[in-house]
Design a protein around this ligand. Sequence first.
Ligand SMILES: Cc1cc2nc3c(=O)[nH]c(=O)nc-3n(C[C@H](O)[C@H](O)[C@H](O)COP(=O)(O)OP(=O)(O)OC[C@H]3O[C@@H](n4cnc5c(N)ncnc54)[C@H](O)[C@@H]3O)c2cc1C
Ligand code: SF4
Length: 474
Amino acid sequence: MGEVKGFIKYKKNDFNKQKVEDRINHWDEFTIPLVEEELRIQGARCMDCGIPFCQSGCPISNIIPDWNDLVYKGNWQEAYKRLKRTNNFPEFTGRVCPAPCENSCTLAINKDAVTIKNIEVSIIEKAFNEGWINSELPNVRSGKKIAIVGSGPAGLACADELNKNSHSVTVFEKNEFIGGLLTLGIPNFKLDKKIVQRRVELMKSEGVEFKTNVEIGKDILLSELLDKFDAIVLAGGAEKPRDLPIEGRNLNGIYYAMEYLTQQNRTNMGQTFNGNRITAKDKNVVVIGGGDTGSDCIGTAIRQGAKSVMNLELLAQPPAERSEDNPWPQWALIERKSTSHEEGCDRIYSVMTKKFTGENGNVKKLHAIKLQFGEKDPRTGRKPMSEIIGSDFTLDADLVLLAMGFTGPVKNKLISELDIDLDERSNVKTDENRMTNIPGIFAAGDMRRGQSLVVWAINEGRTTAQHVHKYISV
Ligand SMILES: Cc1cc2nc3c(=O)[nH]c(=O)nc-3n(C[C@H](O)[C@H](O)[C@H](O)COP(=O)(O)OP(=O)(O)OC[C@H]3O[C@@H](n4cnc5c(N)ncnc54)[C@H](O)[C@@H]3O)c2cc1C
Ligand code: SF4
């Protein structure tokens, strides 16, 4: 794999980024790809480590050492063929995946991991640019019809796989845009919407039918779909946000992160909001929650011209290096600084928000207290937390964004009409064949797994597609 001593000879190099002061003035992606020769060198760092831990670290088991070697040898077209075997959408994961593969790379035991994610996106972008990706319309159709509810990465991956298996697939999407969180959640500066659109157009040309502005359970009942299709896949995501039901929650200026992020994505696509625009301009912004969603709120608020941005996290500050009970090749539980954090925000860990106060119905202050954590309980794996007496403090807050995660799918008529069973985490429950309690209705993605990652949604879509194929092929 790669060059035998490449990992000793060459240092890791990742994509460059535009300077912060330049990139915060626009909504476009800001990474600067490496030139081909440099990517070859990065591929050369992949060593013949015997067991490719990177591949087991990747939720879709991308055959990473193979494409690293092919890129090193300059055989990009073959690298693309190898990549598309396992990943329907490398252009999404190569941009937004947190790259657990790199955490599991054998080099990461004591050196910098191979630049896997950047090589992945470079392969797929080269394949598009060179014209190696063309519409592959199935020669014959099986005569079976499948409905997919939801057009996020899980629904799209499922549709792509089933279409390639020659079934006729229709994707129903309640929003006006296809792509789920890829389009309306993740900001344009992380994933340009033209990239999503390019894939959707390709899938359309391959025969997948998309119906937007159709909410299943409202515009069309699930039972009606069941009459018309041979199988249905529920891929509606985990859209119920976790709330913070404390004093002052009803003041103006406190929003769920998704209310805020979807508006900015829609604004970027030309929509206007007639005076109802949520903007951070000249405001003191507090983002509650330290995950991807919170980080996207930070980058968005900075681009909107916020006066200050503060990020609060309930949990304790993670260590800078792996702790002893978190060894390689596990996902490293360390502090991560996202590109949005780099753009200028303060972060406070171990904080509980107690109440909001305001003037004339608008939020003005956030009142919080610092927390301390005890020893880990071996049964739950959790550390008990308690408030530090006398550590209360207040922050100026004109805009508060709640980014504290999601608690599963919204429990609306999509779920209730046919009494779809839920699991103990209130996600859609399926059996080992990914089928719900209603024969012929399957589930995939965040709706089944709970809030997760794009790469897991692709895994879910692919796996559920295999079970649907088996079910309708008997
Ligand atoms: C702000 C934000 C940022 C994120 N950033 C990252 C990141 O950087 N990297 C990463 O890997 N992951 C990230 N994630 C997580 C990732 O986006 C999700 O795990 C992934 O999109 C889940 O895919 P999905 O297809 O299951 O659901 P979704 O992407 O949520 O798509 C579900 C779709 O179903 C539609 N739908 C729901 N109900 C119905 C209905 N009744 N009828 C018709 N349509 C319906 C919805 O409108 C939506 O379009 C982020 C999540 C958020 C919220
Ligand atoms: S999909 Fe994610 S985990 Fe898999 S190879 Fe790409 S960056 Fe790594």
